[in-house]
Design a protein around this ligand. Structure first.
Ligand SMILES: [Zn+2]
Length: 162
């Protein structure tokens, strides 16, 4: 089965970022009207994630309603429902614009990164669309911890402390 691609409605921006964090192709725009959501989902074969009854009732598209309003619970729900656990590719996609990241040489991003970062790492990725630079910093460690908690909750293990 192909890795599912998603389209999050306007209320699920946090969930969209976290799906991207796990590497899943996830469209999210604040300005998409219901009609455009349906058209885009049909054209691109995306599963619409929404709590909107009108979109959910549209039989022309695949859609899913997260039961929870809490983004941490929503992501665990999706990992389970769509069997995503073995298909995550963390830190491979731009959180801002959904583009797959490319490795970048330290010299190429030196002017874009706070100087102190270079004492910690020389591993960088850059978004070819919006130019954002990513590196394994303190934020990254926090994200890794969060992903670990999602996966252990998904497996039904006792949660590790935050
Ligand atoms: Zn980007």
């Amino acid at each position: 089965m192909a890795v599912p691609r998603f389209l999050c409605d306007v209320h699920l921006g946090r969930l969209a970022r976290w799906l991207r964090l796990l590497g899943f192709d996830t469209l999210y725009r604040r300005d998409l009207e219901d009609g455009e959501i349906v058209r885009t989902a049909r054209k691109e074969g995306r599963i619409v994630l929404t709590r909107d009854g009108g979109i959910l009732a549209d039989g022309r598209i695949n859609s899913f309603r997260p039961a929870s309003t809490d983004p941490d619970e929503q992501i665990v729900e999706l990992l389970r429902v769509f069997s995503l656990e073995g298909r995550i590719r963390p830190f491979t996609r731009c959180l801002e614009c959904n583009t797959p990241l490319r490795p970048a040489a330290a010299e190429a991003v030196r002017h874009l990164v706070p100087p102190g970062v270079f004492t910690v790492t020389d591993e960088f990725c850059r978004c070819p669309t919006c130019g954002r630079v990513y590196w394994p910093g303190s934020h990254y460690e926090g994200m890794k911890g969060r992903i670990g908690r999602w996966l252990s909750t998904c497996r039904g293990e006792a949660p590790s402390p935050p």
